[in-house]
Design a protein around this ligand. Structure first.
Ligand SMILES: [Zn+2]
Length: 305
């Protein structure tokens, strides 16, 4: 039997069955024809990319690379590139999962105004989503800090492979941004990758922790939210301000915020409801439910057949 724990109105934390969650989410799509969707690491976890935080919002790994440390400290850059050499293939070879595919289909139906993702794995684009804003960049791109040229991450992998000797990984644990635990001994002799055009230092085209999301990206998100009817956040604890701020903005604009996440999120108090079903089955089921619902409805007089 379904139950629903009611806290301060209007927030409810759903512990319903998958079918009940599907109906609730499908109704949310119908009631709010233009949605902004915000996704986090949880949506890519079934693709084999680990999340940063557990269901209570606590860190699962040693603290990630900090933006400022990467820019000023060569040892931090060595640590990043060494770990990234081992971790990159995990991101490169990961495949979109049913949640990515369902969102691409929902976008194709005109139901999604903008898909904002906190992920750097580009799996939404690979699933076919077109209107995607990579809030924290994409780890598949590398930017030269001197001339600004953008390079393909795979070409930098070849450069790292040619300039260094890489011991066979043993017991390395993959991390969400393609980073991986690596023995410190490797770092002392590591030859850093350099820009093939100007010899400048390189940085993955991502916003590390402590860095700022480009202002124009934030502005694009604000404009999309202003046009949209509601916000749906999926697979994120929203502990990082760069994502949480859109939930706060939606609430300030009087637009409903719905959450799909198995654990605690920073936006729980702002949400009209939260669903705990897994995103893949939930979004796929919602897509099918909406399709059947459209089939059931009679065409309006004069509408194209
Ligand atoms: Zn350059």
């Amino acid at each position: 039997m379904a139950t629903s724990i009611r806290s301060t109105a209007p927030y409810t934390y759903s512990v319903n069955t998958l079918q009940q969650d599907i109906e609730k989410l499908a109704n949310f799509f119908v009631d709010h024809p233009r949605l902004v969707v915000l996704t986090g690491a949880g949506i890519s976890a079934p693709s084999g990319i680990p999340t940063y935080r557990d269901r209570h919002g606590a860190w699962q790994h040693r603290s990630p690379i900090q933006e400022q440390a990467f820019l000023i400290d060569e040892q931090t850059r060595r640590r990043y590139w060494a770990r990234s050499w081992y971790g990159w293939p995990l991101i490169r070879d990961a495949l979109p999962n049913p949640a990515h595919h369902a969102l691409a289909s929902l976008e194709a139906q005109g139901r999604i105004e903008l898909l904002i993702t906190q992920n750097v794995d580009s799996l939404h684009q690979r699933a076919g989503s077109r209107n995607v804003l990579d809030l924290h960049g994409a780890v598949g791109r590398v930017r030269c800090l001197t001339c600004g040229a953008i390079h393909c991450r795979e070409s930098i992998q070849e450069q790292l492979a040619g300039d260094n000797v890489w011991p066979t990984p043993a017991g390395h644990q993959p991390r969400p941004d393609g980073d991986m635990e690596t023995p410190d001994a490797l770092l002392d002799h590591l030859v850093l990758p350099l820009c093939p055009l100007c010899g400048g230092d390189l940085k993955p085209d991502v916003v590390f922790f402590g860095g700022s999301v480009p202002r124009e990206n934030v502005a694009s998100c604000h404009e999309a939210l202003a046009r949209a009817d509601a916000l749906l956040a999926i697979g994120s604890s929203l502990m990082v301000f760069s994502g949480f701020r859109f939930c706060r903005l939606a609430a300030e604009l009087g637009k409903p915020v719905a959450l799909i996440n198995p654990g605690v999120t920073r936006a729980d108090a702002l949400a009209c409801f939260k669903l705990s079903s897994l995103a893949g089955p939930l979004l796929t089921g919602t897509l099918n439910y909406l399709h059947k619902d459209t089939m059931r409805r009679p065409s309006a007089p004069g509408s194209p057949s």
